[in-house]
Ligand binder design. Structure first.
Ligand SMILES: CC(=O)N[C@H]1[C@@H](OP(=O)(O)OP(=O)(O)OC[C@H]2O[C@@H](n3ccc(=O)[nH]c3=O)[C@H](O)[C@@H]2O)O[C@H](CO)[C@@H](O)[C@@H]1O
Ligand SMILES: C=C(OP(=O)(O)O)C(=O)O
Length: 438
């Protein structure tokens, strides 16, 4: 497990190009299993989670050709279903959350799909019921081996379209069910579908492959099943969570940063939420974001009636839960108070202990809620030694360390590398003093 050494307290300056979106890439890569034709995907982020999924696809028999660092072509014309029953798959399959989305395409095309309980961030319970209830609705039989945490679905005679109301708008659950339904007989209607931009991208890609999906962008999807799908080319959107991380980093280190080609229309309420914290975000050159150096700090805007601002997560078009850790750390230097309410996950706020050690004024009310009283830069955070518990807490601790006085050490940085491409080199390009040890 690697370590970062960070000398904080230096303002940064420059231009960053966001990476391709991790959570879109994980969906799109699984979709290559739906056809025996070639699919070329560009803007794939070079990060641990995505590279693990590419390796898993290779081990499943998919031919993978790397065209350049972020562009690959895939051809799933010789899928080796026996791999799903190997010990190697039991290990590889559980090492990332995104692997769950191979089940829908495999079930649709080959009549069966297996998966060990997938990993990902340890941020609270992560149920898979929505996925499997969806497959059962399409006619699959389901079994679960409790000893081995191993899930399986089978439909030797194919899937049949139906109406279903999802119990919750699960992002990967919707993606999985959509990928199963595109090859089902007849029409599938999915209500309470997740509809975030990455799911929209998946649907657009599937339509480019010959699928018939309507309602894209809404929570009511209608899918007319087709016999088979063909190849396509697809470009992944910039990563909105990474863009939010750069915004938070710029504000808290009082740096002037331009973020290029952000796909503004796909950022939803993210800019509004940062503006509520008092952060200036200028949209420039059509699709870039300019964050000026906040030399006079930033002031939290209370609600109209004067009550304390609450920043909370909700399914799209609400605010993504993956940015709440970043809002939390940025609020530690704001003028005013804010309640951060992480509704979806119950173990994502515990990292505030580290921020409190550094001198931040935070009250953890319960596992879901924390009140932050900002310092308004009148007191600088102090450097410390810490370990990254999950991907977004990790980047938030990195932001805290870059703003702090002195030299901090962050261990377990694999958690950050899971989702941020080459983060140390890109920070150094902005003038940050950060070193990767071992
Ligand atoms: C690989 C990937 O794409 N991961 C993302 C995906 O995970 P993932 O698809 O695993 O997350 P889900 O959308 O299934 O659910 C996330 C959590 O929110 C809860 N929940 C969900 C929907 C809802 O209406 N109400 C509710 O409470 C679920 O019970 C779960 O605890 O979506 C999450 C929610 O945006 C993100 O944090 C993850 O980064
Ligand atoms: C929770 C996240 O990822 P995953 O679903 O892959 O664990 C995240 O990206 O913040």
């Amino acid at each position: 497990m690697g370590t970062f050494k960070i000398e904080g307290g230096h303002p940064l300056n420059g231009i960053v190009q966001p990476q391709g979106a991790k959570n879109e890439a994980l969906q799109i890569l699984c979709a290559v299993l739906l056809t025996d034709q070639k699919i070329t995907i560009s803007n794939i982020p070079d990060i641990i989670d995505v590279n693990k999924l590419i390796t898993l696809l290779e081990n499943l028999g998919v031919s993978v050709e790397k065209i350049d660092r972020n562009t690959y072509s895939f051809q799933a014309d010789q899928v080796n279903m026996a791999y799903l029953e190997s010990d190697k798959f039991r290990e590889e399959g559980k090492s990332l959350r995104g692997s769950i989305m191979i089940v829908g395409p495999l079930l649709a095309r080959f009549g069966k799909g297996y998966i060990p309980k997938p990993g990902g961030d340890k941020i609270g319970r992560r149920r898979l019921d929505t996925h499997f209830e969806g497959f059962i609705n399409l006619g699959a039989t389901f079994r679960y081996n409790r000893e081995e945490y191993f899930y399986g679905v089978e439909a030797p005679n194919g899937l049949t379209g139906t109406y279903m109301l999802l119990d919750e708008a699960s992002v990967t659950g919707t993606a999985n069910i959509v990928m199963a339904a595109v090859l089902a007989k007849g029409t599938t209607t999915i209500y309470n579908a997740a509809c975030e931009p990455y799911l929209q991208q998946l649907c657009k890609m599937l339509n480019a492959m010959g699928a018939k999906i309507t309602g894209v962008g809404s929570n009511l999807l209608t899918i007319e099943g087709v016999e088979c799908l063909g190849g396509c080319t697809h470009q992944i959107l910039p990563d909105m969570i990474e863009i939010g991380s750069w915004i938070g980093l710029a504000a808290m280190t009082r740096s002037e940063v331009t973020i290029k080609n952000v796909s503004w229309e796909n950022l939803g309420v993210i800019p509004t939420a940062f503006r509520k914290l008092g952060i200036t975000i200028e949209k420039v050159n059509e699709d870039d974001i300019f964050i000026p150096a906040h030399t006079n700090g930033y002031e939290i805007k209370g609600d109209i009636d004067g009550s304390i601002l609450t920043i909370s997560d909700a399914p799209w078009p609400g605010l993504t839960p993956d940015l709440l850790s970043i809002f939390l750390v940025v609020a530690a230097q704001a003028r005013g108070e804010v309640l951060i309410h992480q509704k979806m996950f119950e173990s994502r706020l515990f990292f505030v202990d580290k921020l409190i050690d550094m001198g931040a004024k935070i009250i953890l009310c319960d596992p879901h809620r924390a009140v932050i009283i900002g310092h308004d830069f009148k007191s600088q955070l102090k450097a410390t030694k810490m370990s990254s518990p999950d991907i977004r807490a990790g980047i938030s601790l990195l932001i805290a360390a870059l703003s702090a006085k002195g030299t901090s050490v962050i261990q377990n940085i694999d958690q950050i590398d899971r989702g941020y491409e080459n983060i140390d080199e890109r920070l150094r390009a902005l003038g940050a003093k950060i070193e990767r040890l071992d």
